[in-house]
Design a protein around this ligand. Structure first.
Ligand SMILES: [Zn+2]
Length: 382
């Protein structure tokens, strides 16, 4: 390991402003989750490490948002945010239970997008080796002309388009439980961004896409990779698929920057999804992504889905510690009392899947692997 990576210069890009709103009173995405995470990080001492800085996020400009979104759609979001009534908003995916409208939504979204841009800029300029913007990533379903799946403006697309414009090739790895469809769409015709999404199959989960056959178009053919998994896949089987697909493809692509979306709605207690990862299974993935980042030299990380408050707080605290190359103790700090029953960072794992379900899961996943090996690997000489 080079000296850069023994104590990597780590930027944690966040402000509590990003946690202080609601999408709607009943909405499963509760931005307050980020405040619990932040308090757990503070109590754990990870923000006090010599190699960790906490720069404030900037706000994304309208011009930046319009690099990836239709100006008409951006105007509608801005108008609604300022209190206007927009009868045609349904056409833009707005005003649904997933994407309710509210005053100030443009501003909180622009700050969230800005946090991802700040992280990207710190890394691409060399001011940080790794930067984590946990409020980002959750917009990975947002499309050029519409909101979708809690996403309004797609921070990852906007940030990576700016990187490509600066001449950088980017590997995007999305480990959220849902397919990163908006990010895939944003770079579908490009060979400058390799998108890899490992997720619960769209057969069973929103957004119903993310099949291996979605391989890109034109120059982008082969640069859109999907790893759909069976529901109830647990740590070992998830990692078997990760290991067989992600490191070989990323190494063959030789990116300038690694960009990771670290959704933790894969967790076995997540209320919206059906994969069965533990926090330690998630953190092992972050460690493996970190090993890839060592070779690449630049690592931008964003958050994503995650609807179990304890899993979010613990996982992203573990992720930040992993990025900074710091070993957390097993026990969570006693001074953190915001969430009851949060005692250890690692989970007691759920009961293992029993036969014959385990066979069904492994057969489904090995079918995915066969398809990837025949449709994608030859493009990369694998
Ligand atoms: Zn998700």
């Amino acid at each position: 390991m080079t000296p850069d990576w023994q104590q990597p210069k780590t930027a944690f890009v966040y402000t509590d402003e990003l946690s202080q709103y609601q999408l709607s009173p009943e909405h499963p995405l509760r931005p307050i989750r980020l405040r619990y995470m932040h308090e757990l990080m503070k109590a754990s001492g990870v923000l006090d490490l010599n190699n960790v800085d906490s720069p404030a996020p900037r706000i994304a400009t309208r011009k930046e948002i319009e690099t990836s979104h239709d100006p008409e759609y951006v105007s509608i979001v801005e108008a609604i945010s300022n209190g206007a009534i927009a009868p045609g908003m349904g056409e833009f995916g707005l005003g649904t239970s997933d994407n309710p409208v509210r005053r100030g939504m443009y501003d909180t979204t622009a700050l969230c997008i800005g946090s991802t841009l700040t992280a990207s800029e710190l890394v691409t300029s060399g001011k940080a080796v790794v930067a984590f913007a946990p409020a980002g990533g959750v917009h990975h379903h947002a499309m050029p002309r519409n909101a979708a799946g809690f996403g309004v403006f797609n921070d990852a697309v906007i940030a990576m388009k700016a990187m490509v414009k600066a001449g950088l090739r980017v590997a995007y790895i999305d480990i959220d439980c849902h397919h990163g469809d908006g990010v895939q769409m944003g770079h579908y015709g490009s060979d400058q961004v390799l998108t890899i999404s490992i997720h619960e199959s769209g057969q069973w989960l929103f957004p119903g896409t993310g099949y291996v056959q979605e391989i890109g178009v034109g120059d982008g053919i082969g640069y859109s990779v999907n790893i759909p998994l069976a529901p109830y896949t647990q740590d070992d089987d998830w990692h078997a698929m990760f290991d067989k697909v992600i490191p070989p493809l990323v190494r063959a692509f030789k990116p300038d920057v690694l960009f990771t979306q670290l959704g933790i709605d894969t967790h076995f207690r997540d209320p919206l999804t059906h994969l069965s990862l533990t926090t330690q299974g998630f953190n092992l993935a972050v460690k493996k992504l970190g090993l890839l980042a060592v070779d690449i030299g630049k690592w931008v990380a964003v958050g994503g889905g995650g609807y179990d408050l304890s899993a979010v707080a613990r996982s992203w605290t573990m992720a930040l510690a992993t990025m900074a190359n710091y070993d957390l103790p097993d026990e969570a700090p006693k001074s953190f009392t915001l969430l009851s029953n949060l005692t250890n960072f690692a989970d007691v794992p759920p009961a293992p899947n029993e036969e014959p379900y385990l066979n069904d899961i492994q057969n489904f996943n090995s079918g995915t692997l066969d398809e990837i090996r025949s449709m994608i690997f030859p493009k990369f000489g694998l």
